[in-house]
Design a protein around this ligand. Sequence first.
Ligand code: B1M
Length: 208
Amino acid sequence: MSDLAALTAAVESGDHTGAAQATRAALDAGVDPKAVLDAMIGAMDVVGRKFQAGECFVPEMMVSARAMKAGTEIIEPILAESGVKPEYRAIVGTVEGDLHDIGKNLVGMMWKGGGLEVIDLGVNVPAARFVDAAREHDAHLVGVSALLTTTMPNMRAVVEAVRAADLSAKVAVGGAPVTPELAVQIDADGYADDAGAAVDLARDLLPR
Ligand code: B1M
């Protein structure tokens, strides 16, 4: 079995030790860190489809998420190695009511890799906390993630709170159920489909 296949299998089965070992083995073998990340994202997709089909349940999703984290913790410093002092600051968080953090963590990781300083507020973040943090850190960008159709509308409150506070920070949104149309409807400054696209979006939104 190739290292990437072993990694996929480890994330799917929730084997965090195996995921860490396979990640290290793939990197040692010279596999591109982005390909390693993509293998884990693909595995989480499989877990999500199984959950939807009633073939696995919340505990299985949790152990898979833990296995993916074991892999991403190894990749993060490599992706973040830019050696350049960050010119811009970004706040990231998962919207209020939502506990999913893997996608948000990846966006934060990729933004760091793209040269931004990133302040991660975690999950279940109320709109007022995004605003307080953006003000406190004089942030240029606020990134909001949502994974549930039920919490996605809470992103509107973040956009509104940022505008009401008269902050100049741009607001970027994303997450599996979020669409470019929704981003326009809630007056966000931009939408990105995945963590790679979030880097391009940040470059578009921030002045050079
Ligand atoms: Co949850 N869950 N979950 N879950 N979970 C989903 C999202 C779901 C689609 C599964 C399914 O039914 N197929 C479904 C939502 C259905 C819906 O709303 N329509 C669901 C559900 C229902 C639930 C619960 C309600 C289940 C329950 O309790 N009955 C519950 C809700 C808890 C809550 O939040 N209040 C719940 C709980 C959980 C766990 C805690 C067990 C666990 C999360 C653990 C964790 O995050 N630490 C979990 C997991 C793991 C998933 C799935 C399987 C995987 C999510 C994930 O991490 N994907 C998920 C199914 C799926 O998405 N396939 C599912 C990998 C990650 C890399 O992708 O987060 O989409 P994603 O991020 C992507 C892009 O979306 C984008 O970039 C990333 C990729 O590069 N992106 C951004 C994300 N944020 C961005 C921000 C940006 C730009 C891009 O700009 C700022």
